[in-house]
Design a protein around this ligand. Structure first.
Ligand code: ZN
Length: 225
C-alpha cells in the first residue's frame, strides 16, 4: 500500500496538472455504470478505436444527431491513427484510457498497471495535446487493481450496464432491435468502434438515435466526472 501511495504521489506530480484530480481533488475508484440525469437517459460509449473508417463515420453520425459520447481509446490504435484521435476530441467527445495494448490487467501489480496507463495517456496526449482523459475502462472488464490505480491517476473507472455484444457482428437489424428492446433508463451502453469491422454498429447507432429521441430519451455522459 505504501508503494502504491508513493507511486500515486509520484504519478500525480507528473500528470496532476493536466488531470481532473488536480482540479477536483480525489477521484473515486467506484466503477461508474450510470448515465447522468434522471428518467430516460443513456450514455453511449465506444471501445477499441480509433479505427478508420468506422470511427470517422461514427463521428459524422453523432454530429448529425447532436449526441456526445465517450471513446475508450486503445493506445496502440492511437499511435496508428493520431489524426482520428484528434478528430474525436475536436468533435467534443470525452476521452477514456482503455490501456496501451488491450491486455487483461486483472493479475498485474499496481505498478505495472500504472506504467501502462501512463504510457497510454502519454500516447493520447502526443496525438491530442493537453487532452482531458477523465475515465479509464479495463479491457474485458477485468479490473483487478486497475480501478484503484486509475483513480490514483485522476481517472474514474468507467464500466457499463448494457453491452450490445457487437463483437461478432450479428447484423445491423439485430443490433437495432437489441438497443430498442433492452435499453434501461440510466444505462451506460458499451459498443465498439474498433477491433474489427464496426460498420454494423455505426449503422445501428445512426438508426436508433432518432427512434429513441422520438421516445424522449436523452443522451448524456456517464456520471462521475
Ligand atoms: Zn476493449
Amino acid at each position: 500500500m505504501r508503494t502504491l501511495m508513493g507511486m500515486a504521489v509520484a504519478v500525480g506530480l507528473v500528470l496532476g496538472a493536466a488531470g481532473p484530480a488536480a482540479a477536483h481533488g480525489r477521484v473515486s475508484a467506484d466503477i461508474v455504470t450510470a448515465a447522468r440525469g434522471h428518467g430516460n437517459v443513456v450514455s453511449l460509449t465506444f471501445d477499441d478505436g480509433p479505427n478508420p473508417p468506422d470511427t470517422l463515420r461514427l463521428l459524422d453520425v453523432l454530429r448529425e444527431h447532436r449526441v456526445k459520447a465517450v471513446f475508450c481509446l486503445w493506445g496502440d490504435h492511437v499511435v496508428e491513427h493520431p489524426e482520428v484521435a484528434r478528430a474525436i476530441a475536436r468533435a467534443g467527445h470525452t476521452l477514456c484510457n482503455h490501456s496501451m495494448h488491450h491486455d487483461d490487467l486483472s493479475t498485474w501489480t499496481p505498478e505495472q498497471i500504472a506504467a501502462d496507463l501512463r504510457e497510454t495517456n502519454a500516447a493520447i496526449r502526443r496525438a491530442v495535446p493537453h487532452a482531458r482523459i477523465p475515465y479509464f475502462r479495463a479491457p474485458y472488464g477485468a479490473w483487478g487493481a486497475s480501478a484503484d490505480v486509475s483513480a490514483s491517476l485522476g481517472m474514474r473507472p468507467l464500466g457499463w450496464r448494457y453491452d450490445i455484444a457487437d463483437w461478432e457482428p450479428p447484423g445491423t437489424d439485430v443490433l437495432v432491435q437489441r438497443l430498442l428492446d433492452r435499453l434501461t433508463p440510466g444505462a451506460v451502453v458499451l459498443a465498439h468502434d474498433g477491433g474489427g469491422d464496426r460498420s454494423q454498429t455505426v449503422e445501428a447507432v445512426d438508426r436508433v438515435i432518432p427512434v429513441l429521441k422520438a421516445q424522449r430519451w436523452r443522451f448524456t455522459l456517464p456520471e462521475g466526472c
